[in-house]
Write a protein that binds this ligand. Sequence first.
Ligand code: SF4
Ligand code: FES
Length: 131
Amino acid sequence: MDIQLTINDIPLTVPEGTSILDAARTVNIDIPTLCHLKLNEMHYNNNIASCRVCVVEVEGRRNLASSCSTPVASGMVVKTDSLRAIQARRAMVELLLSDHPKSCLTCAKNMDCDLRALAAELGVRAISYEG
Ligand code: SF4
Ligand code: FES
């Protein structure tokens, strides 16, 4: 069965069971992810939803939803780029970095690090949390 919903004011139709993340990707809306990993060719789907950097606002829900693990529903209205969602992502990245070696300059992952790239994209300049 197909499900109709709206993401960032774009109406779309996707098969039932699709995650909000995958639905957004069908219309080239980028939602950041860290813990989510989907390797279709290996039938591997790491869907533990633990990092919470992919959160989005769903109209009518009090809490933000992790888009990688939340399936679409008929009539759902999703905002991926609201201030609340962006602030929550930023707080999650700060929390992750607060308990992380502060060694980007000497780290082998330096030029190819999703966490570092996301921190830069979200404008993280200082960590507000203790490790
Ligand atoms: S480059 Fe990435 S993995 Fe390496 S220390 Fe920086 S944030 Fe951590
Ligand atoms: S990507 Fe980590 S919770 Fe969705």
